[in-house]
Design a binder for this molecule. Structure first.
Ligand SMILES: Cc1ncc(COP(=O)(O)O)c(C=O)c1O
Length: 392
């Protein structure tokens, strides 16, 4: 067991703490979108209680009425220390960070810094659906570079997409999802180095969405994009939101490589002022004091990945699942089931399990579903048993 995961021995698995009736009292979208007979394994929320250090930090703030505008550098300092300890990376300096309201608004802001209206943004589909929506809303245009057969970056395809994106000499950006949502693929240092070299050759600016970075399986290591050689011009978005389930306590950080410091300096005050003070308090506590809780979660997620593979082999053997080393998302190829382009709609209708439809993830998503395995082993088991009844 690596040092990073030792704390898990002392902590209970957060995925086993809450009963279904407790979860159904929640008012967030995962639990309110569908009626009570539906098991929700869709949107990226986790069925966990709040990590104790985070709960304490925001409870203390509420008790004090500390609910004004945010100030200071505690959040980037906590992230820099976390990056040093967990990823062995000491290149994150507080001066090259900016608060953003959340990760997707940070992505939009980064694209505004690097590109103009109508310019291209390359994405590796299938990918997190809001990449399409937010890029469009920002007035930029998507160029797809589909993942290869192994669900990894295909460098021939990426190069062609860079060429198309830069045609006419216009600025272009590459919105890299590291680790990748929905596949859970963790990009290697070699792959990220190749990305930096290709981006440098074509003059494409890289924006790495690294929101899932803390969620990496035991024995694997996340490589920050900005830590690889040649990535100096890159920007990264980081947050404790996915690792500690803080979407309701919004807050993100835009991090610049050394050669992108000038771009970062142009982030307007009007953007950084949009970050929630309670969010900053929660995210700071998570990165600073939440490592033991995270380690227990990661052990539980590893167990769930193995459980899901076993359940599918037993109940739905034609579904193809390639367990990733990161995120709590499983990308299931259901084309062998003969349920058409949108199996999620069939699973919802026939057996009352809510999954994300692959269709929203761009080219390559048809016939696929995304399943959120950040739940108890019991609910995961029940979901797959129900899904099996949809095809018998
Ligand atoms: C890759 C990715 N980026 C961004 C987000 C959303 O982040 P935020 O709520 O901070 O905008 C998610 C949420 O699931 C995600 O998976």
């Amino acid at each position: 067991m690596s040092g990073a995961h030792q704390g898990s021995r002392d902590q209970a698995n957060p995925l086993r703490q809450l009963r279904l009736d407790q979860l159904r009292r929640r008012t967030s979208i995962k639990w309110r979108e569908y009626p009570d007979d539906v098991l929700p394994l869709w949107v990226a929320e986790m069925d966990v209680p709040l990590a104790e250090p985070v709960a304490r930090a925001i409870t203390d703030a509420v008790a004090l009425g500390d609910t004004g505008y945010t100030a200071g550098t505690a959040y980037p300092e906590a992230l820099a220390e976390f990056a040093r300890r967990r990823w062995g990376w000491d290149g994150l300096t507080v001066e090259r960070t900016a608060l953003v309201p959340d990760v997707m608004h940070g992505v939009v802001e980064a694209l505004r810094l690097l590109t103009g209206h109508g310019d291209a943004v390359v994405v590796n589909c299938p990918v997190y659906p809001p990449f399409y929506g937010f890029v469009g809303h920002a007035g930029r245009r998507i160029v797809e570079a589909p993942l290869g057969d192994e669900l990894r970056i295909d460098f021939g395809t990426l190069e062609e997409a860079f060429r198309v994106a830069r045609s006419g000499g216009r600025p272009a950006a590459y919105l890299l999802c590291n680790p990748h949502n929905p596949t859970g693929v963790l990009h290697t240092a070699d792959e990220l180095t190749a990305v930096a070299a290709l981006a440098g050759r074509y003059g494409v600016r890289v924006v790495a969405d690294e929101i899932h970075a803390p969620l990496v399986s035991a024995g694997a290591r996340f490589v920050p994009y900005l830590s690889v050689p040649g990535a100096e011009h890159g920007l990264s978005l980081m947050s404790a939101s996915k690792g500690w389930n803080l979407a309701g306590l919004r807050g993100g950080l835009l991090v610049a490589g050394p050669a992108a410091a000038g771009d970062l300096a142009r982030v307007p005050f009007e953007v950084s002022v949009g970050t929630s003070h309670l969010g900053v308090i929660a995210h700071t506590a998570a990165f600073r004091d939440g490592a033991d809780w995270l380690d227990a979660l990661l052990t539980g997620l590893d167990d769930n990945r193995r459980l899901l593979a076993a359940l599918l082999a037993e109940h739905l053997p034609t579904v193809r699942y390639r367990p990733g080393q990161a995120t709590y998302l499983a990308w299931l190829d259901c084309r062998g089931l003969g349920l058409g382009d949108d199996p999620a709609a069939v699973f919802l209708d026939r057996c009352r399990v809510a999954l994300n439809s692959g269709l929203a993830f761009g080219t390559g998503g048809a016939g696929h579903v995304r399943l959120n395995l950040a739940t108890s082993p019991e609910l995961l088991t029940e979901a797959v048993r129900r899904m099996a009844t949809a095809v018998t």
